[in-house]
Design a protein around this ligand. Structure first.
Ligand SMILES: NC(=O)C1=CN([C@@H]2O[C@H](COP(=O)(O)OP(=O)(O)OC[C@H]3O[C@@H](n4cnc5c(N)ncnc54)[C@H](O)[C@@H]3O)[C@@H](O)[C@H]2O)[C@H](O)CC1
Ligand SMILES: [K+]
Length: 215
């Protein structure tokens, strides 16, 4: 799908798929996680020590689900969680519950991020709405300072998916698995540089033009 969409389009296609078509948000999240996981394996990253850096929005939920997919295959994975888990979205709270069932370790030690062989960037996606600061910025700077490979989910965190601009600081990803369609910000020089190799994942979300033609 070579079409590129805006944040508003991504959010409206998401809502249309969930509310009008009736595919549950957790199904979309699972498909997003499976797509990211499959790209992780296909792109042959060093999965000796994987750390998922996640916040508490649905981008974080995607990452926590990827951590579970790695854990059930006995891959060494830990989650570095940013933000207050009690403020997580419903889907991300559910992913945290599942992660706890599988005893996935949570770390608060930034050295675990720095010493990872591969980092999954699940901090922010299309919900980024202001410059990244504080502990979020500290984590982004640590990710960018490591020799680890970095795989971003949906949008490299800190990149405005509409303008391609860096909001404060932004993850410099080796690759990005973006959901449904490319985001227009990824077509700019700065956006392209931070996205790295781009994989577009078909997770069952389509624009009205595509959906109407299927009827
Ligand atoms: N559309 C799809 O195809 C699917 C998208 N999925 C994933 O969901 C995210 C979007 O999730 P959302 O909860 O809307 O937002 P984020 O997770 O990107 O952001 C989290 C949250 O963080 C707050 N926030 C924004 N900017 C800042 C900041 N600078 N500092 C601190 N906090 C900030 C704000 O409250 C946001 O809500 C999408 O990218 C996909 O990864 C679905 O999982 C699958 C289908
Ligand atoms: K991200």
């Amino acid at each position: 799908m070579s079409k590129a969409i805006t944040i508003a389009q991504a959010q409206s296609y998401d809502a249309h798929t969930i509310n009008e078509i009736g595919i549950p948000a957790m199904v979309l999240m699972e498909r997003a996680a499976l797509a990211t996981f499959n790209n992780l394996l296909n792109d042959d990253y060093d999965l000796t020590r994987v750390v998922v850096v996640a916040a508490t929005g649905n981008n974080g939920g995607d990452g926590i689900a990827v951590a579970r997919l790695l854990k059930v295959r006995n891959i060494d994975v830990a989650i570095y969680l940013l933000g207050d888990p009690t403020k997580a979205t419903d889907q991300t709270a559910q992913q945290l519950k599942i992660a706890n069932y599988y005893h996935i370790p949570f770390t608060t030690d930034l050295n675990d991020v720095i010493n990872a062989t591969t980092i999954i960037d699940a901090i922010f996606g299309v919900g980024l709405s202001r410059p990244i600061t504080g502990k979020f910025a500290e984590a982004v700077n640590a990710i960018n300072a490591t020799d680890a490979s970095t795989v971003a989910i949906d949008v490299p965190s800190g990149i405005n998916a509409d303008s391609g601009e860096t909001l404060g600081v932004a993850v410099m990803a080796d690759s990005t698995t973006t959901m449904a369609y490319k985001k227009v910000g990824m077509l700019t020089a700065n956006g392209k540089q931070h996205t790295g190799i781009l994989h577009v994942a078909d997770i069952g979300i389509y624009g009205a033009d595509h959906v109407e033609t299927i009827k």
